[in-house]
Design a protein. Structure first.
Length: 84
């Protein structure tokens, strides 16, 4: 069973001390995961993501209100790992 966990390998600390993840890096890793399985004819079994339904700014990038390192602290609520 092949599972992708793209969030853990893409964690970093900003200059201001926030632990974050780059949305684009997570997306790129997921695309590569599915592309490899497509090329090999194998079955991607699943994806593990750390997410929340809350309105948070814990990961940077993507097209969601353009969260940047400068705006990261505005709704940063995690006590552990950044969530999508």
């Amino acid at each position: 069973l092949w599972i992708s966990d793209p969030v853990h390998g893409n964690t970093r600390k900003t200059e201001s001390g926030f632990k974050t993840r780059d949305f684009d890096a997570i997306r790129d890793e997921l695309r590569a995961f599915f592309d490899v399985h497509d090329e090999m004819g194998s079955h991607p079994g699943g994806v593990h993501l750390e997410m929340t339904g809350k309105d948070v700014t814990e990961c940077v990038g993507g097209n969601v209100d353009e969260v940047t390192e400068e705006t990261l602290g505005s709704r940063y609520h995690t006590y552990c790992d950044p969530r999508l």
